[in-house]
Design a binder for this molecule. Structure first.
Ligand code: PAF
Length: 281
């Protein structure tokens, strides 16, 4: 495994790896790796002949009062995990390598970027789309792997790839969960013991939606009302949103007549968690 900090060096090594081996799979991350990230690497290994990954805590996707400075950074142990999983190239640039002081170009996926987390995190998805576009230009992968947990990110990256004619395929891998249902996230590390105990309420609310849906309920207001009840038992958890939306446009779906995304975000103390399920009639 090689650790690379320079964008031009990474591009050269990725091109050489592709010429040598064929299909290049790419797993972009912000590090603080957990089993969810490793499932992306395993999918990448199964579907490509060589795998590159990135570790970059992207300042452009954090708001001024968000957790950029305290976001967990474990470069050494992350590299060991990637090496163990057979990643060949790891790109871990400094912020100055990705953004010059006078950077003036951004990628904005209009409309979608203001929905779900975009409503309370202005600029977040502009930062995500910009860094993902930059990483795609540097790595030039044939196929890139994202987790379903960040469902809005998936919709935005897919739309960007389509609209800007990136020549690559996006693969979305299932959410990996703790035994009590909590979706794996690097931010789970922030949770104190009581907060950790309350955190699976997000998953329980989604399970409630799924049960009602399986019993024939298709009205989104009814599904949301029932799901919100789960939060009454957890006063320390502040619901941010719980919505039923189209998974591609992220527009609200009043009735579930086709595939729908049920997405939830909540705050526990200073930690913001998200989760979702997909429903298909
Ligand atoms: O999902 C993440 O970890 C980040 O949003 C990503 C895609 C690596 C962009 O910084």
């Amino acid at each position: 495994m090689r650790l690379i900090q320079g964008a031009e060096e990474m591009r050269g090594l990725c091109r050489a790896a592709k010429a040598r081996s064929g299909r290049l799979g790419f797993v972009p991350t912000m590090g603080a790796l957990h089993a969810g990230h490793l499932s992306l690497v395993r999918a990448a290994r199964a579907q490509s002949s060589v795998v590159a990954a990135s570790i970059f805590v992207n300042p452009a996707q954090f708001g001024p009062r968000e957790d950029y400075s305290r976001y967990p950074r474990n470069l050494e142990s992350d590299c060991a995990l990637f090496e163990n999983e057979g990643v060949e190239l790891v790109f871990a640039p400094e912020a100055g390598e990705m953004y010059r002081e006078d950077s003036a170009s951004w990628v904005l996926v209009e409309g979608l970027s203001e929905r779900l987390c975009g409503r309370t995190r202005p600029g977040h998805f502009r930062g995500v789309a910009t860094v993902v576009a930059k990483l795609f230009h540097i790595v030039e992968p044939d196929i890139a792997f994202f987790g379903q947990k960040d469902a809005a990110q998936v919709a935005i990256v897919r739309r960007m790839v389509r609209d800007l004619n990136f020549a690559l395929a996006i693969v979305v891998c299932p959410i990996v969960r703790e035994p009590d249902g909590l979706a794996l996230s690097s931010r789970n590390a922030y949770l104190g013991p009581e907060e950790r105990y309350s955190a699976p309420v997000l998953f329980r609310s989604l399970e409630r939606v799924r049960r009602l849906f399986d019993g024939g309920e298709r009205n989104s207001s009814e599904l949301i009302r029932a799901a919100r009840e789960e939060f009454l038992a957890e006063p320390a958890v502040r619901l941010d949103y719980l919505e039923v939306v189209d998974p591609d446009s992220l527009e609200p779906e009043p009735e579930i007549r086709k595939k729908a995304l049920v997405a939830v975000a909540a705050r526990i103390g200073s930690t913001r968690l998200i989760d979702n399920i997909l429903l298909e009639p």
